[in-house]
Design a binder for this molecule. Sequence first.
Ligand code: DQA
Length: 164
Amino acid sequence: MPKNKSGADAPQAAARTRRGPKKILVLHGPNLNLLGSREPEIYGCKTLADINRRLIALGKAAGAIVVCFQSNNEGALIDRVQQSKKEQVAYLIVNPAGLTHTSVALRDALAGVAIPFIEVHLSNIHAREPFRRHSYFSDQAAGTICGLGSRGYELALQFILQQA
Ligand code: DQA
């Protein structure tokens, strides 16, 4: 792995800010706690714990802190977004799940904290039922990844880790 002037691994240095390690919050919406058994032909076989474990490990290897939070409750997700401002979260990865297509309130929470976020969906929401094609989040997201399964989360994290 390439080293920088201080001898640290380059990706680790990239993931640190002047105030310490970069903190990234991964937010999972309703029913994603069922991953692994929920419609595996659409969402894959990995559990949420598998996905979170991988993201935390990738973050750690790059010197960043990855925190994961899932809730079936819209209010709890909004509270967690608001809290992320106080915790100096640098970036969010958000899979709003079913709330993608309904939640003005969660959208407003993300706009309210003004922390950049990437929207991730395991499935290709544009290739499914018409009601899944509209997202309340995409126009505010730094980017959107959908249809790549759990790899989508990893690619989002890689992108964030490469940001200054
Ligand atoms: C989802 C897609 C949504 O339409 C659905 O309601 C989900 C999961 C995805 O990751 O593919 O719960 O966000």
